[in-house]
Write a protein that binds this ligand. Structure first.
Ligand code: GTP
Ligand code: MG
Length: 335
């Protein structure tokens, strides 16, 4: 009887795996979408270079970190080396230039937390946000991309977690829940922590890539092609990892003391970071350290109400994966 039960279990896991992989594949951006993004970037670059010949445009965020799902907007960074520029002036000038071309809904938001120009390209149908000199975001985009090359299970897990977060309404920083960037970092950290580990800690290895941005040294091992197969001693299938991820955030994470740190590949203490009390609007109720801006807690947006919402959602997800006969449907039900 035990053997029979074990075989049924095996079949359930196989079925769940197949469903998760199907969901993952339905979310991955098709090649032709990527080509359209490149095309739009080239158009923008030409326009920008007429005014600022030295300026460069970089894609960042989910269109460049390999965690982009269908229908996401693209994030572009305009990098101008001149240290004396006034960002708001450049932003308004940029909006002017784009407006006079064929682009639609051009709108400058100089007072946003990250000031941007928004636009829509009628040719490709792509919406785009352009920020100025946000080079750290370009560098952390590369870090995420590099991690994604090491083991396919990172992208699978992160796509499922992002899809869950969007479906359940817990992916809205302006409403006090977490950004996609924060969720991807949580996934990387989680896979660094599996035993055997599925991901290494690139920032603890001998650096092969190093840049200094806004006085922050960003250095890590980026020859990730050398790390192919790093996680192969761990054979956990994606269904098991999704379950363990939610179980960790529902029942095992120490919300009182722990900070999740991709930089060190481990848990560090709130004490050590002086993140034990509320400072201004930063409450540190769930702590996720930015890998480069280490004074920056990506959980700072979470307040005493939304921490409850988040934890209830983690518990809901964990319980569904444990007990629900059809978890792949229930998990992503709109809230
Ligand atoms: P979706 O648009 O939801 O698909 O995800 P995304 O990967 O584009 O994430 P998001 O829109 O949250 O952020 C875009 C990029 O901005 C991220 O990939 C990071 O590079 C950067 N970013 C976002 N939030 C922060 C932050 O708090 N600190 C820093 N340093 N960078 C951030
Ligand atoms: Mg984005």
């Amino acid at each position: 009887r035990i053997l029979k039960r074990q075989m049924e279990c095996r079949r359930d896991i196989d079925r769940l795996n197949a469903s998760f992989i199907e969901i993952y594949e339905s979310l991955v951006l098709p090649q032709e979408e990527k080509a359209k993004q490149k095309q739009l970037l080239a158009v923008l670059e030409k326009l920008v270079n007429r005014e600022w010949p030295q300026a460069k445009l970089y894609l960042y965020g989910s269109c460049a970190n390999s965690f982009g799902v269908l229908k996401s907007d693209i994030d572009v960074c305009l990098a101008i080396e001149d240290a004396n520029i006034n960002k708001s002036e450049v932003l308004l000038k940029l909006a002017d230039i784009l407006q006079s071309d064929n682009l639609q809904n051009v709108q400058a938001l100089p007072r946003a937390r990250v000031p941007i120009v928004k636009l829509m390209d009628p040719v490709t149908g792509i919406s785009c946000d352009i920020c100025i000199n946000n080079v750290l975001a370009v560098v952390n985009t590369k870090l995420l991309w590099d991690y994604a090359q090491i083991d396919v299970r990172l992208r699978q897990l992160a796509f499922i977690v992002k899809h869950w977060a969007k479906s359940r309404g817990v992916n809205e920083t302006y409403q006090g829940t977490l950004s996609s960037y924060a969720y991807v970092l949580m996934c990387i950290h989680f896979l660094q922590q599996r035993r055997p580990a599925i991901l290494p800690c690139l920032q603890e290895m001998e650096p092969t890539y190093s840049v200094t941005v806004d006085d922050i040294k960003c250095a890590y091992f980026d020859r990730v092609e050398k790390l192919q197969g790093f996680g192969s001693r761990n054979r956990e299938p994606i269904a098991q990892l999704v379950w363990a991820f939610f179980n960790y955030w529902a029942y095992r994470h120490d919300y009182v003391n722990a900070v999740v740190s991709v930089r060190t590949g481990s848990i560090i203490s709130k004490q050590e970071k002086d993140w034990t009390r509320r400072v201004g609007n930063d409450r540190h109720l769930i702590c996720i350290e930015d890998p480069f801006e280490t004074s920056h807690d990506l959980g700072r947006v979470v307040d005493k109400h939304t921490i409850k919402v988040l934890r209830e959602e983690f518990e809901r997800a964990a319980d569904i994966l444990q007990y629900d006969p059809n978890p792949c449907v229930t998990l992503f039900e709109p809230y």
